[in-house]
Design a protein. Structure first.
Ligand code: HEM
Length: 125
């Protein structure tokens, strides 16, 4: 049983930020993802760190800055196919390993992100 928040348990903002940087380093090189992301991922990573902070129980700065997350709606401008979903999750799995997030948090995080990634698909292959 996990008490408290995942955010606190894994080490707070510092860990989220390291995870997000490890993630976008891969996204920026991935042939399936690179074409739909901006060249400069600095701002994307900054927003993602704020989002994942609140998603895993930390301060709600994302919402304060950006309003309701509406993640599916924010992703509609991009063609998110099943293979892009797989690529996103693959980059995230590798980032979770690089940052050495331990169980049971790693699995809890990955499961929650998998559900969200499934929800983000909006285009057939
Ligand atoms: C933004 C792709 C899944 C969270 C974006 C952007 C793209 C993208 C292209 C725009 C980047 C920019 O213009 O800066 C994808 C793809 C996914 C995926 C291909 C595969 C399923 C997810 C998931 C989450 C997420 C699962 C959260 C758990 C975000 C956030 C932003 C974002 C927070 C920034 C939104 C904002 O502007 O405030 N994504 N995404 N994405 N994505 Fe995703």
């Amino acid at each position: 049983i996990v008490h408290g928040t995942i955010y606190e348990a894994i080490g707070g903002f510092d860990t989220i930020d390291r995870l997000v940087n490890a993630f976008y380093e891969r996204v920026g090189k991935h042939p399936k993802l690179k074409p739909i992301f901006p060249e400069d991922l600095t701002e994307t990573a900054r927003k993602q760190s704020l989002f994942l902070t609140q998603f895993f129980g930390g301060p709600r700065t994302y919402e304060a800055e950006r309003g309701h997350p509406m993640m599916r709606r924010r992703h509609l401008p991009f063609e998110i196919t099943p293979s892009r979903r797989d690529a996103w999750l693959e980059c995230m799995a590798e980032a979770l390993d690089e940052v050495e997030i331990e169980e049971p948090y790693r699995m809890a995080i990955f499961e929650k992100l998998t559900l969200t990634a499934n929800h983000m698909m909006n285009t057939p292959e």
